[in-house]
Unconditional design. Structure first.
Length: 277
């Protein structure tokens, strides 16, 4: 009788669906004065799903998440190539097929691309007129637009980014890290310095990293459909994650402050398929 029970138990275990492994990473954004501004909670599973929640830190330097300070959340559903965007109680669903989005014009993506092309032409005409009247002002506006949008709205492909190791190393918390400098191609100016640990050393690093790359690929596809594929290249996070491959950012220093990894753990449950009303 006992052997029958054991066999039945084994059959039940083998027949049960495998549960995806999950990982959760918490990062904090601090300003140049060292004050915490926000926390980002990234929860992913090894199926590629990703949930990102942003919380206001309200100046609280402690590594704590206050549920009432939730600002927004975004969920990437890998199998359906879908994004759920939650903001102030409202949910918007975006899929890889932009033509099916609510509010899409009658002409579909062709009309959207035409609108983008017209906007680019208008921007070029405005800048050309300004160059005739006030060259200095036109140059300043053009540089600001390129810095924010990489020149995409002006029809110019933005330069890529160079990720280069400096040879420097230091221990940050539990991690031995290497320094990488991020520069725009053709420039000597350092945009940011990333202190990164070996991907194997960060609990759940592969899980979170792979999910982020999957989400970036969806973003890139959506931008290309809309005719502004170059705009995606302005996303430094995407380029850095994809180019660093075997490393995971523990601390990123930039002009406005820093982004720091607060905690990394696996086996944390998360709902990747909530209702989007």
């Amino acid at each position: 009788m006992k052997s029958q029970v054991l066999i039945a138990s084994l059959i039940a275990i083998l027949a049960a669906p495998a549960f995806a492994e999950t990982a959760r990473h918490v990062t904090v954004e601090v300003n140049s004065g060292g004050a915490a501004e926000s926390y980002n909670v990234m929860t992913a599973d090894d199926l590629g799903n990703l949930r990102i929640e942003s919380y206001s830190a309200a100046g609280d330097a402690a590594a704590s998440i206050v549920p009432e300070r939730l600002q927004n959340k975004m969920i990437f559903q890998a199998s359906d190539e879908r994004l759920l965007l939650f903001d102030r109680g409202q949910c918007q669903e975006l899929s890889g097929d932009l033509s099916s989005m609510p509010g899409m014009p009658a002409g579909g993506m062709d009309e959207v691309r035409q609108q983008v092309a017209e906007a680019q032409a208008e921007m070029q005409a405005m800048l050309e007129e300004m160059r005739q009247q006030d060259p200095a002002m036109a140059k300043m506006i053009e540089e600001q637009m390129k810095a924010r949008m990489g020149g995409a709205m002006m029809g110019e492909p933005p330069p890529g980014r160079v990720v280069a190791t400096t040879g420097d190393s230091r221990r940050i918390g539990d991690y031995e890290t290497q320094a990488f400098e991020i520069r725009v191609e053709g420039s000597d100016a350092v945009e940011s310095t990333v202190w990164a640990a070996d991907l194997d050393a960060v609990d759940g690093g592969f899980i979170v990293n792979n999910a982020m790359i999957g989400m970036f690929e969806l973003f890139r596809d959506m931008m290309e459909q809309a005719g502004v594929g170059d705009l995606f290249a302005t996303g430094m996070s995407a380029e850095v994650v994809e180019k660093m491959e075997n490393y995971y950012a523990v601390e990123t220093e930039h002009a406005d402050g820093a982004t720091r990894l607060v905690s990394a753990e696996t086996g944390v449950p998360a709902d990747f398929f909530p209702a989007c009303n």
